[in-house]
Ligand binder design. Structure first.
Ligand code: NAD
Length: 441
C-alpha cells in the first residue's frame, strides 16, 4: 500500500520503517528539516535498538523515503498516518496543536479519497473534531481512523512487528477491512486486530496507560509500607504476581514512572474526567504517588546524610526514563537531579546513551563521566536511577575502592542487599528492609 507517515519521531519513524519492511511504500514527513536531512543520509537522531538498520535497509531498497513536503506525501498516498506529538499543556490537557496543523495540511493537500489514521494519542472525541475540521477544508471524501500505538521505547521494533493487539476504530467496515489487510503481516501469530468505534479506540489508549501506571504506583505504595512494617516487597510481588488474575508484569517498585507517555496521558485523562464532571480519583492518586516517589527516594538520601547534602559528591547512574532509550522526557532522573542540586550536592552523571539529551537540559550544572566507574571516583554515594543492563552485574570491589564512602541508593531494586551488606556497603532500596532469609521461588 502507499502510505505517508506525518511525524517522524519515536512512533512515526518506527511505524513507518516497520510498515515499509512489510513491503509498503512509505513516505515519512516531518516539519523538522534537520531531522529529514539527516534521515535522507541514513542518520538517525534517536536511539532505538535495531532502528538504524531497519531504516537504512528500507531506504536503500526504495520503500522508505523522507521529505518535509507534506503535499508530495499526501498526494502519493492512499493512507495518511498522523503520528505527531501530543505534549502536555500547562493545564494538564493534551496539546493538540501539532495534530490540528497536520490534519489541516492533509486536508489542503488532498487530491482524492484518503484514509486518515490518527496514531497520536488524542483525547476521546478528537478524531470527530479532526474530521469536522478536514470537512471544512476539502470537498474530497475521506474516512478517519483511530489507531493508537502501544509500542514501548527500547523495544519498539519488536512491539510494532509483533503487537499483542492492534486497535483500530472506524465507522466504515470497508476501511476496517483495509486496515486489517495492512496489519495482517504483523499479526500472523494470531494476536488480534480489535476493531471498534473511534471513541472507544481513542479511550483505550488512555485507559491502558492508566491501568499500567496504577499498578506501578500501587506497588510503590506497598513497598513504602513494607519499609515500615518489615516485609519484603520482592516476596510480596512474587506472591501476588503468581496469581493469574494479577500477573507478574509492571509490579516493580522504584523511583516511579516517567517518559513521554504515562505522565502526560494520565494527566490528560484526569482533565477529560473533570471536563465530563467525573473526578478520576484512582488516576489522580496514581499521579500523586508517582510524583511523591521521587521525594521518598531523596528522603532516604537526606536521612543518611543528616548534616545536609551540601558539597557531597553524588554519582548518578542512568538518566533516560527507562533502559534502552535516549529519551529523558519526564525522566525521574530530572526531578531527582534538580532536588539534589538544589541542596548543594555535586553530581557526576553517567548514562550509556542519554547524556547528550541530558546535557541539552542541564548544561554544566553536573559533571559527565565517560563511563559508569569514572562517575564513582570520590563519590560519597551512588544513586542508581535507570536499570540499564550494564549496571546489573558490576564489580562491587572496584566500586568500593573508587568511592569515598560505600553508600548505594538503589532506585530500581537491582542489587542483592545481602551481598552488599557482606561487602560492606550501606544499601538503600524500596521495600526490602532486610531481615530473615530470603524465600525461594
Ligand atoms: P516525538 O516528539 O518523538 O515526534 C513527533 C514528531 O512530529 C517530531 O519529529 C516533530 O517534528 C513532528 N511534527 C510535529 N508537528 C508536525 C507537523 N505538523 N507535520 C509533520 N511533522 C510534525 O513524538 P512521539 O514520541 O513519536 O509520539 C507521537 C505520538 O505517539 C504522541 O501522541 C505520543 O503520545 C504517542 N505515543 C508515543 C509512544 C512513545 O513511546 N514515544 C508510544 C505510544 C504512543
Amino acid at each position: 500500500m502507499k502510505i505517508c507517515m506525518i511525524g517522524t519521531g519515536y512512533v512515526g519513524l518506527v511505524s513507518g520503517s516497520c510498515l515499509a519492511d512489510m513491503g509498503n511504500n512509505v513516505i515519512c514527513i516531518d516539519t523538522n528539516k534537520a531531522k529529514i536531512d539527516k534521515l535522507s543520509k541514513g542518520e538517525i537522531d534517536i536511539y532505538e535498538p535495531g532502528l538504524s538498520e531497519l531504516v537504512r535497509r528500507n531506504f536503500a531498497e526504495g520503500r522508505l523515503s523522507f521529505t518535509t513536503d507534506l503535499g508530495h506525501g499526501v498526494t502519493n498516498s492512499q493512507i495518511c498516518f498522523i503520528a505527531v506529538g501530543t505534549p502536555q499543556s500547562e493545564d494538564g490537557t493534551a496539546d493538540l496543536k501539532h495534530v490540528s496543523n497536520a490534519a489541516l495540511a492533509v486536508a489542503r493537500a488532498m487530491n482524492d479519497y484518503k484514509i486518515i489514521v490518527v496514531k497520536s494519542t488524542v483525547p476521546v472525541g478528537s478524531c470527530d473534531a479532526i474530521a469536522e475540521m478536514i470537512r471544512k477544508e476539502t470537498t474530497h471524501d475521506f474516512d478517519i481512523v483511530s489507531n493508537p500505538e502501544f509500542l514501548m521505547e527500547g523495544a519498539a521494533i519488536d512491539n510494532f512487528m509483533k503487537p499483542e493487539r492492534v486497535i483500530v476504530g472506524c465507522g466504515s467496515q470497508t476501511v476496517l477491512d483495509t486496515m486489517r489487510e495492512l496489519y495482517a503481516p504483523f499479526t500472523r501469530t494470531g494476536n488480534p486486530i480489535l476493531t471498534m468505534d473511534v471513541r472507544s479506540a481513542e479511550f483505550s489508549k488512555y485507559a491502558a496507560n492508566a491501568i499500567l501506571s496504577t499498578r506501578i504506583s500501587f506497588m510503590n505504595e506497598m513497598a513504602n509500607l513494607c519499609d515500615r512494617v518489615g516485609a519484603d516487597i520482592d516476596n510480596v510481588r512474587r506472591a501476588i504476581g503468581s496469581d493469574s488474575r494479577v500477573g507478574p508484569k509492571f509490579l516493580f517498585p522504584g523511583v516511579g514512572f516517567g517518559g513521554s507517555c504515562f505522565p502526560k496521558d494520565i494527566s490528560a485523562l484526569i482533565r477529560i474526567g473533570e471536563a465530563n464532571g467525573l473526578p478520576l480519583r484512582v488516576v489522580k492518586a496514581t499521579r500523586d504517588v508517582n510524583e511523591g516517589q521521587r521525594e521518598v527516594f531523596v528522603d532516604k538520601i537526606r536521612a543518611h546524610f543528616p548534616g545536609g547534602l551540601d558539597s557531597l559528591n553524588i554519582a548518578i547512574w542512568g538518566l533516560s526514563f527507562k533502559p534502552n532509550t535516549d529519551d529523558i522526557r519526564e525522566a525521574p532522573s530530572r526531578t531527582i537531579v534538580r532536588m539534589l542540586l538544589d541542596e548543594g550536592a555535586r553530581l557526576t552523571v553517567f548514562d550509556p546513551v542519554a547524556v547528550e539529551n541530558f546535557r541539552a537540559v542541564f548544561n554544566d550544572t553536573v559533571r559527565y563521566a565517560p563511563n559508569a566507574y569514572d562517575a564513582l571516583i570520590d563519590a560519597d554515594a551512588l544513586c542508581l536511577i535507570t536499570e540499564w543492563n550494564e549496571f546489573r552485574n558490576v564489580d562491587f570491589d572496584r566500586m568500593k575502592r573508587l568511592m569515598r564512602r560505600p553508600v548505594i541508593f538503589d532506585g530500581r531494586n537491582q542489587y542483592n542487599r545481602r551481598e552488599l551488606d557482606r561487602l560492606g556497603f550501606t544499601y538503600y532500596c524500596f521495600g526490602r528492609p532486610g531481615g530473615p532469609p530470603e524465600a525461594g521461588t
